[in-house]
Each structure stands twice: as C-alpha cells, then as structure tokens.
Design a protein around this ligand. Structure first.
Ligand code: DQA
Length: 148
C-alpha cells in the first residue's frame, strides 16, 4: 500500500462536461469545483488528494495501476464505465487499495441498466444520488477507512 496520506480521485468519461452536461440530472457544479473541494477536504485532514479525469478507459486503468505505488485509497466515479467495464473492476481489484464508488445521480432511480455496477462488488462502499455531496461523503468514508 502507498502513503496513507495520499488518495487518488478518478472521474470517468464525460465527467469533464459537468456544469453544462444534463444539469437537471448532474447539477451545475463543474469538475474543477468538485476537485477543489476534495483537495481542500483532504488538506484539512492532512491528506493529499490527486484528481484525474479521462474519457479513455485505458488511461483510467493506467492511473489506477500506478496508484498502487503511491496512494492509500481510491475514490472513483466511473461514469458510464460503471455499467460496462470488467477491465476497470479488474484494475481496481488488482491494486488492492480500498475503493469508494460515488455517483452524482441516484443510479437506482434511473434507467434499469444503471442499477448494475461492475465496481460495487469490489468497493468498500457506494454513495449515490447526492450531487457533489456524494464525493464529499465518499471521501469522508474513505479517510475514515484509512484511519482505522
Ligand atoms: C454517473 C451515473 C452514470 O450512470 C453515468 O453514466 C455517468 C455519471 C453519476 O455520477 O451519476 O456518467 O456516474
């Protein structure tokens, strides 16, 4: 395991569009605002938070694999890959770090295909439906897990 004072935040495809993407579903906060909040939350707890977003599955897998060397845990919103990607699940399982899965929207209150997540089975827990607060709650839970 990496440094207990470092955490990786991963955002999957299309989350770079937050702020303008379907605001009635995902709200108006931008990814930059969400990341700034997480960095500040981590800093207050003495933890360095590094954020990464990509629209490319392989880039996400590379970052997750690299995190094994330096991070103590991963907070992830896998976006649409939640519902499709065995490879993403396998990468998260391979690094053997605690994972917390978050979603802005309540995936269980939407189309039925969003109710299944390949990631949830290897996650310590899932927070879904609270907008940017899902990320804050997820980071709180991950930091608590790392402290125990
Ligand atoms: C999402 C939910 C997913 O179903 C969707 O594909 C996303 C965003 C969320 O944060 O609510 O891209 O992960």
């Amino acid at each position: 395991m990496g440094d207990p004072r470092r955490v990786l935040v991963v955002h999957g495809p299309n989350l770079n569009l937050l702020g303008t993407r379907e605001p009635e579903v995902y709200g108006t906060a931008t990814l930059e605002e969400i990341d700034a909040g997480l960095v500040a939350q981590g800093k207050a707890a003495g933890v360095e938070v590094r954020c990464f977003q990509s629209n490319h599955e392989g880039d996400l897998l590379d970052r997750i694999q690299e995190a094994r060397a330096w991070a103590a845990g991963i907070l992830i919103n896998p976006g649409g890959l939640t519902h499709t990607s065995v490879a993403l699940r396998d990468a998260l399982a391979a690094v053997e770090l605690p994972v917390v899965e978050v979603h802005l929207s309540n995936v269980h209150a939407r189309e039925s295909f969003r109710s299944h997540s390949y990631v949830s089975g290897i996650a310590a827990g899932v927070v879904t439906g609270f907008g940017p607060l899902s990320y804050r709650l997820g980071l709180t839970a991950l930091l608590d897990r790392l402290a125990s």
